[in-house]
Design a protein around this ligand. Sequence first.
Ligand code: OMP
Length: 237
Amino acid sequence: MNKPLIVALDFPSSNEALSLVSQLEIYHPFVKVGMELYYKEGPAIIEELKMKNCNIFLDLKLHDIPNTVKQAMKQLARLEVDLVNVHAAGGKVMMEAALEGLEAGSRVGRKRPKCIAVTQLTSTTENMLTEELLIHSSMETTIKLYAALAKESGLDGVVCSALEVPSIKEVCGNNFLAITPGIRNSEDNNHDQHRIVSPVQANRLGSDVIVVGRSITGAKDPHSAYLRMKSEWEGLL
Ligand SMILES: O=C(O)c1cc(=O)[nH]c(=O)n1[C@@H]1O[C@H](COP(=O)(O)O)[C@@H](O)[C@H]1O
């Protein structure tokens, strides 16, 4: 993967998603289909996006007992997307089961999709971690341990805030992917995100991939917003 910017297609239906993609079509965008769009449109939206030459991150954040995750991943593998994810909080056996399902569902001769684990959502604060989730380690320690567990389970990387990338790379090595949402420029609305980083900072902190939603999809001119984010992320601005 070559430092991609993934656009989160958080839309209620394929009309809005495909209209956004058509504005970016010449760049063959890497896009993310999340729960909102997939629960409405199902596998059809994946096929439509493939026809538009998009790379696809199917973000369904699986978190269940190992057997359920394995069987679900077997089905998702058949969609032949590039990237899928689980919650690291499901534990090692569940993450291993996710990979087994992906291997089992992938066509012979075709590589399974990459699989990454969400560590702690970028909407989670240090205070929520201790007060609500009753995790009495710091955000950094928790995320480092979850990342190490994901690596031990054979996963390809994690989702985290760019703020945690240096410590994850220290523990898991440079080849272990760090995919980072929660990307905002100072003038953007933060919405429900808390552990926020600009595209320039994400680059400096060593993120491999950034995920950007509303700062592009909600912009007056999504095409210009995409190009600016991309240039800042790639260190051109
Ligand atoms: O797994 C994800 O993609 C994800 C993990 C996380 O910790 N935080 C997070 O924001 N995301 C996703 O990244 C996207 C961020 O969207 P914006 O906040 O609109 O840029 C959303 O689609 C989220 O579902």
